[in-house]
Design a protein around this ligand. Structure first.
Ligand code: GLC
Length: 444
């Protein structure tokens, strides 16, 4: 489903925007936002469906305004947003005809997806849905090791009454609703398959896992392509999708399947939790997040950065701070990110390269003293500037045989381009040098 271009980068042919846009917002929001201690709270604390109902009965996000989410995403430099239509707890944010367990039956009483989709479109952002395969509420979803009720001693007996085919029908029916009733949907993130590892029951017996046969993945994919031909679909259906989804880690390099490069998107949290987590102090700094974004793009990937709005519907101050820090950097450095691809030219340590046409971007994770040496670029660059203020950066090619000492650094490998930097590091999260190449075809 992907194509490898001559330059070695990958695109999704029916959705070239995906590898162009590079940066999106993930939004985890639902009943777990009231518990405010991780979206797996029902599982972690083995809360029964009955006990969990208190969140349903108190769900009333009076401050929900998706135009504010869209503005926050846009100001951060994000180009698409992906919202949890249903997470593992089974609660649905839209007015599904197939369940009562939905926003319209809570005190809030309204569908949450219609205004979300409208707000994104108005802001010019691409529209994404996340949808959970796992469902701890549905009576036909068999209990397994990923289920909130996994420790129930009667789990195996209960499972005899559960009909996987009915759950599959429900799943397909809901996806059909989501892809039929909200106009064009650009992106779909399913979560998740575990065909081999079903987990262990309290009595020590193994549960079967769940995968393509349980979800009816082939048929589901067929329906999706028919309803939304332009959509991109992730890789967690236990059959190949359009892109792969490393979660909460940065891949070591470009991602491959067999010997082919594949489009990829790292999903990352601000603090280790996807859902709103009130007492969590583990926030990543904007500087670190910017480096994560750059690191991903330098390896040909996207970043889907998560926020977990509060139960009142707002993105909280800590998340806003991270987003606006990223936005400050993106405002001046976006051209090293959007539409940029990986290059196989090896960067020196603490430098990440991205490339767009005849421009190469050197992102300096560490500010060196005066000189930075770029192997393999001598004679290939016609002009260099700092990207934040377009101020010229002096270039030189040192004589490899030159003796060390006296004012200029000597002894670089042949073919190395040396840049002379100001002593003062620019006051941005990550300084970037924009290199104008003589000829883009010279770069791998
Ligand atoms: C995991 C978790 C989940 C989160 C998702 C995001 O699979 O189950 O809570 O929604 O990753 O990628």
């Amino acid at each position: 489903m992907t194509q490898q271009s001559a330059a070695g980068q990958v695109v999704i042919p029916h959705a070239p925007w995906f590898t162009q846009d590079r940066f999106g917002m993930f939004v985890h929001w639902g009943l777990y936002s009231l518990a405010a201690r991780h979206e797996w709270v029902m599982y972690r604390e083995s809360i029964s469906v009955g006990e969990y109902r208190k969140y349903f009965e108190h769900f009333d996000p009076d401050l929900y305004d998706p135009r504010e989410w869209a503005a926050a995403a846009k100001n951060a430099g994000m180009k698409y947003v992906v919202l949890t239509t249903k997470h593992h707890d089974g609660f649905c944010l839209w007015d599904s005809a197939l369940t009562d367990y939905k926003a319209t039956n809570t005190p809030y009483g309204k569908d949450l997806l219609t205004p979300y989709v409208a707000a994104l479109r108005e802001a010019g952002l691409k529209v994404g849905f996340y949808h959970s395969f796992i469902d701890w509420h549905h009576p036909d979803f068999a209990i397994d090791g990923n289920h909130a009720d996994r420790d129930n001693p009667d789990a195996f007996e209960i499972n005899k009454t559960r009909d996987g085919a009915k759950y599959r029908e429900y799943l397909h029916g809901q996806v059909r609703e989501l892809l039929s009733n909200y106009g064009q949907i650009d992106y779909l993130f399913f979560d998740f398959s575990y065909p081999e590892v079903g987990g262990t029951a309290s009595a020590g017996t193994k549960f079967p896992g769940k995968g393509r046969a349980d979800w009816g993945s082939e048929e589901l994919m067929g329906m999706i392509r028919e309803l939304q031909p332009g959509i991109v679909v992730n890789d967690r259906l236990d059959i190949p999708g359009d892109f792969v989804t490393p979660e909460q880690y940065q891949p070591a390099g470009a991602m491959v399947s067999g010997d082919k490069l594949v489009p990829w998107e790292a999903c990352q949290t601000l603090n280790g939790s996807w859902g709103y987590d009130r007492d969590n102090l583990d926030y990543k700094s904007a500087d670190l997040l910017v480096r994560m974004l750059i690191d991903g793009v330098s390896k040909g990937g996207n970043l889907l950065l998560n926020v977990g709005p509060t139960a009142r519907g707002e993105i909280d101050a800590r998340a806003h701070e991270a987003l606006s820090g990223m936005g400050q950097w993106m405002r001046v450095h976006g051209r090293s990110i959007y539409g940029a691809v990986a290059t196989s030219l090896a960067p020196p340590s603490d430098v990440r390269y991205t490339r767009r046409g005849n421009r190469l971007y050197a992102h300096l994770f560490v500010w060196p003293f005066q000189f930075v040496h770029l192997p393999g670029l001598a004679g290939k660059v016609r002009y260099a500037q700092l990207l934040n203020d377009a101020s010229e950066v002096a270039m030189m090619v040192l004589d490899p045989g030159q003796e060390a000492g006296h004012m200029t650094p000597a002894g670089q490998a042949p073919g190395t381009l040396t840049l002379k930097l100001p002593v003062q590091r620019p006051g941005v999260a990550v300084p970037v040098i924009e290199l104008f190449l003589n000829d883009e075809s010279e770069l791998p």
